[in-house]
Design a protein around this ligand. Structure first.
Ligand SMILES: [Zn+2]
Length: 121
């Protein structure tokens, strides 16, 4: 694994690129509107790095995904709480929950890419 700067690595994570080369996509671009769930590519199309290194490897990605969801929910809650003071308590709780649900697909993908970058081969 070659040494890259923190910001370059962060850009690769946000763009869902291969943790090894930073060029290949980790997920297929879904143009099919019927298939909602993200589909992961098994090996990098650029450097042939195999993403799934052992059975159960991506179970840990749930921790990264959970962390992202907590961050998004808390951020949304604080924004709603401070910038919409006349909104009901129910809506103050509902809006962060909806935001977390809407971003769940992105959290799933980002969690896996973060996990691969935290624990490379
Ligand atoms: Zn690669």
């Amino acid at each position: 694994m070659k040494k890259v700067s923190f910001f370059k690595k962060l850009t690769q994570i946000v763009r869902l690129k291969c943790p090894e080369c930073g060029e290949g996509n980790v997920f297929r671009k879904n143009k099919d509107s019927i298939n909602f769930f993200p589909e992961m590519i098994e090996t990098c199309e650029h450097c042939h790095h195999h993403y799934d290194r052992e059975p159960g490897y991506f179970l840990g990605a749930m921790y990264a995904s959970y962390g992202l969801a907590v961050f998004e929910g808390l951020s949304t809650f604080l924004l709603v709480y401070f910038f919409l003071p006349n909104i009901s308590t129910f809506m103050t709780a509902l809006i962060p929950a909806v935001v977390i649900l809407l971003l769940s697909g992105m959290n799933y993908k980002m969690g896996r890419v973060i996990w691969m970058n935290l624990f490379p081969r």
